[in-house]
Design a protein around this ligand. Structure first.
Ligand code: HEM
Length: 187
């Protein structure tokens, strides 16, 4: 029973994240079964990459009630503080941010069903994600010189991450609306 629930959780997490269009094209060559769904065949993500990403995301969503979060606007974006009194969850938050930063840097999009994520990844070279571990979690500064990208960054921080931390999986299953004033044509 527990196993089934775990599998169900994994499937839901995948549905909520819909990783990696790119790797799907390559997956036939490299891996079979469900792995292509996980995006496991994409370059550099072989050893636990995508699996690890999913594990932390699933863990965060499952433990969302023990996560606290604060978002503050700064001139070109946001500064966020995400913490937990549970030391394991605090570690998970730190791991997740590192994993997502790596995705950002390596152009390995995730959650492509969500327009805010699609646009964030499309504009990844215009944004800067910096972090610093703090007691209980992490402080992140996410900024851009492009005002359109700043809109995406703020929308992501408040209307995806904070809501996911508040509501858990049910929020992760829904896409995030593009921010007001955003022109999808920002190149
Ligand atoms: C309780 C749930 C979650 C928490 C607490 C969390 C936490 C965070 C934090 C702290 C950041 C750094 C940016 C910021 O602070 O605004 C971040 C970024 C990110 N998260 Fe999560 N996250 C959660 C769920 C998810 C889920 C479900 C996904 C995808 C399926 C995801 C994908 C990402 C991505 C791609 C980034 C980087 C975005 C960018 O740099 O533009 N997160 N998350």
């Amino acid at each position: 029973m527990i196993e089934m629930l775990t599998m169900f959780g994994a499937a839901l997490t995948l549905a909520a994240c819909a990783p990696e269009g790119k790797s799907q094209q390559q997956s036939g060559r490299t891996m079979g079964g469900g792995m292509e769904m996980m995006g496991g065949s994409s370059g550099g993500m072989m050893s636990g990459g995508m699996m690890g990403d999913m594990r932390s995301i699933r863990g965060l969503l499952a433990s969302h009630e023990s996560i606290e979060r604060r978002v503050e606007d700064i001139p070109n974006g946001v500064r966020t503080v995400t913490t937990s009194k549970d030391t394991e969850i605090a570690k998970l938050i730190r791991t997740h941010v590192r994993q997502m930063k790596a995705r950002y840097e390596n152009d390995q999009p995730i959650r492509r069903m969500d327009p805010v994520f699609r646009e964030l990844f499309r504009n990844r070279d215009k944004a800067l994600l910096e972090y610093q571990d703090i007691p209980g979690g992490i402080q992140v500064t996410h900024t851009s010189d492009d005002p359109q990208v700043v809109l995406l960054i703020r929308q992501h921080a408040r209307h995806f991450v904070s809501e996911a931390a508040e509501q858990g999986m049910s929020r992760a299953m829904r896409p995030t609306p593009l921010p007001e004033g955003y022109r999808a044509s920002a190149e």
